[in-house]
Every structure is written in structure tokens, then in C-alpha cells.
Design a protein around this ligand. Structure first.
Ligand code: HEC
Length: 194
């Protein structure tokens, strides 16, 4: 009798264990060109760049907003993107239809991303398959939103700091309101990235 009881108990335990820990199913096929782990790192890196600018811009007080303010608020974003581009095989840019620096004008896929973010306010970011210079990979786009603190330099045309008016003759990056779409972070990640 004790043997039968022990056997019964063991069988019940085994059943319970099986119910809790089903044998591993094959992982869902991941047919993206870039592994999920790399995608997650790209997303985190760009989110950190965005948070950095937001935090820096929030430090602007009732000061004279000049080139020095730019050097500590918006400029570090471009520098951080360049740093990432040197340390990885990714290409991270910030592009805008209404650009300040013409070097930040969008390519065709980034222009489509801009359009999508403009028409769908709930869309924050997305990935698509893409090739660049014959290299297979994926592109990642994330919206850049205007905050009240950005208006010190991206607000009304006449309110732009003197250094902006002097240095950016082709400037289109003014006249925004808080909440507007400012541009897109755009990354290209080659399929070989790991
Ligand atoms: C102190 C002035 C200043 C502030 C504040 C500022 N920016 Fe800028 N921003 C600039 C300048 C100048 C450029 C051009 C940089 C260059 O030469 O590449 C620029 C460029 C950009 C670009 C690159 C695309 C383009 O138009 O060339 C983006 C995106 C951008 N700013 C977003 C923001 C956001 C979002 C905020 C607020 C969180 C902000 N900026 C706050 C001065 C500023």
C-alpha cells in the first residue's frame, strides 16, 4: 500500500510538473533581416539620444539663447549619433523635411516615414527591410516631437536666436508648436550586424 501511494504521488507530481513546464516548442521563426537583439539595442540607443536632448533642453532657463546654448542642448545629439556610427556598423541620422541643416534633408524612405508619422499620431516607430549601397538590412524610424523647450530655437521665425539666422540661410526648422512632428531618427542596420 505505501508503495502504491508513493507511486501515485510521484505520478501526480510528474503530471503537475509537465503541466507547468510544457516541453519547449520551436521558437517562432524570426525572418527579419536583423536579429531581434540588435533591433532592441538600436531602439534603446535612439531612445537614449532622444531622452538626452529632451533633458538638456529642459535646462534652458530665461537666459540669452545663443550658440553656447546650442552647443550643450541640440548639438550633442548629432555628436552622439556620429559616435554611435563610429562604434557600430549602424548608420544613425536625424532627418527632417523642415530641416535647419540641409545635410539633414530626408532620403526617399525617410520622407515616407515622415509622412506616416504625420498622418498617424499614434505611430512612434517602426522597422522595414531595406538595402543601402547594395547592402541588405533594415531601417528603423522613430518620430521626433517638438517640446516647449525646443521653441527657444525652433519657434517663431523672428524669435530665432541671432546665430541661427546668421548661420542657417536655408533654415526651415522654425514655426513649430509643442507636439508637432519635428523630424525622424533614421537608422540603417546591415543584416550582418550582430
Ligand atoms: C539652442 C538652440 C536649439 C534648441 C533649444 C534646440 N535646437 Fe534643434 N537644432 C538647433 C540647431 C542650430 C540645429 C542645426 C544643427 C546642425 O547644424 O546640424 C538643430 C537641429 C535639429 C535637428 C536636426 C534636423 C535639422 O533640422 O537640421 C533636430 C531633429 C532638432 N534640432 C530637434 C530639436 C528638438 C526636438 C529640440 C527640443 C527638445 C531642439 N531641437 C532644441 C538648435 C536648437
Amino acid at each position: 500500500m505505501p508503495y502504491r501511494l508513493a507511486f501515485l504521488l510521484a505520478a501526480m507530481l510528474l503530471l503537475a510538473a509537465c503541466a507547468e513546464d510544457p516541453s519547449p516548442r520551436p521558437a517562432a521563426p524570426d525572418d527579419d533581416a536583423v536579429p531581434d537583439s540588435v533591433q532592441a539595442r538600436v531602439e534603446q540607443t535612439i531612445a537614449a539620444i532622444d531622452a538626452m536632448r529632451s533633458q538638456l533642453a529642459a535646462t534652458i532657463e530665461d537666459e540669452q539663447v545663443d550658440a553656447e546654448t546650442f552647443a550643450r542642448v541640440c548639438k550633442p545629439v548629432g555628436m552622439r549619433a556620429q559616435e554611435v556610427n563610429q562604434q557600430t556598423d549602424w548608420t544613425v541620422q536625424q532627418l527632417a523635411v523642415r530641416y535647419r541643416n540641409p545635410a539633414n534633408a530626408p532620403d526617399s524612405l525617410a520622407a515616407i516615414a515622415h509622412e506616416r508619422f504625420e498622418t498617424d499620431p499614434a505611430l512612434t516607430d517602426y522597422w522595414i527591410e531595406a538595402t543601402r549601397d547594395g547592402q541588405a538590412g533594415m531601417r528603423y524610424f522613430r518620430r521626433i516631437t517638438v517640446e516647449a523647450s525646443c521653441l527657444a530655437c525652433h519657434g517663431a521665425e523672428d524669435d530665432r536666436p541671432a546665430f541661427v539666422q546668421a548661420n542657417y540661410p536655408e533654415d526651415r526648422a522654425y514655426g513649430f508648436d509643442a507636439g508637432d512632428l519635428r523630424g525622424v531618427y533614421a537608422a540603417f542596420v546591415p543584416a550582418a550586424s550582430h
